[in-house]
Design a protein around this ligand. Structure first.
Ligand code: SAH
Length: 216
């Protein structure tokens, strides 16, 4: 299997083909070996247009969603970013090629361990992973230029808003367990936030003190 060819096709059809043009996002999607982030039996499907299971009842997001969310936090290079929901580590790997430092939080230790192992393998040394309830953000490392929440939230945790730099962008799926709207919130001032809806989506639930109660 020549994964470099599959990856190029993925970028042509699913990323550029669906209208995403940010050159930094496209370059990152070309570089990260997505097949390493799924189990061996699923590797041949890794460049398809869909999410895939990663164990623990969680999923690696569809390539388009990863690219769209990365584009939505509008990175120029070198920033400090926070991701909530490390999962496979793929989104963190994409961010690590653009941002200066990536902080990512996962509540399931087994997923965090596996993500760390793959990131070490491909040189993601600017990615820091913490195992805890990410609905509190990562207080010690704030402020962040961008925050990506990759699990569906019932509401926007006040911790994310507080930990956003002035001018920073928060991208978060908000809605019910069954479906969400991807929102972008830009911090325009100390107390001034601008919110817009980007697209409809379906993420696994964000489970925690400022998220859903538990998994069903
Ligand atoms: N970004 C991931 C996909 C995320 S799936 C990737 O690129 O593969 C959503 C992840 O969020 C799951 O791994 C789930 O365990 C995690 N999660 C759910 N609630 C969380 C919380 N409160 N804090 C941290 N991680 C959480």
């Amino acid at each position: 299997m020549d994964y470099a060819i599959s990856r190029r096709l993925m970028v042509e059809r699913q990323i550029k083909g669906k209208g995403l043009t940010d050159p930094l996002v496209i370059a990152a999607m070309m570089r990260v070996p997505r097949h390493l982030f799924v189990e061996e039996a699923l590797q041949s499907q890794a460049y398809g247009d869909s999410p895939l299971p990663i164990g623990e009842r969680q999923t690696i997001s569809q390539p388009y969603m990863v690219a769209a969310m990365t584009a939505a936090i509008e990175l120029k290079g070198g920033e400090k970013v926070l991701e909530i929901g490390t999962g496979s580590g793929y989104q963190a790997a994409i961010l690590s090629h653009i941002a200066g430092k990536v902080f990512t939080v996962e509540r399931k230790p087994a997923l965090a361990r596996r993500a760390r192992r793959i990131l070490d393998q491909i040189g993601g040394s600017n990615v820091n992973i913490k195992v805890t309830d990410g609905t509190y953000g990562w207080e010690e490392e704030q402020p962040f230029d961008g925050i990506l929440v990759t699990a569906g939230a019932p509401e926007v945790s006040k911790h994310y808003l507080k930990q956003l730099a002035i001018g920073g962008r928060l991208v978060i799926p908000v809605g019910t367990r069954g479906g969400q709207v991807l929102k972008r919130i830009i911090r325009r001032g100390e107390e001034r936030f601008e919110e817009e809806s980007l697209l409809e989506c379906h993420f696994v639930p964000l489970v925690g003190d400022h998220g859903w109660d538990q998994e069903r």
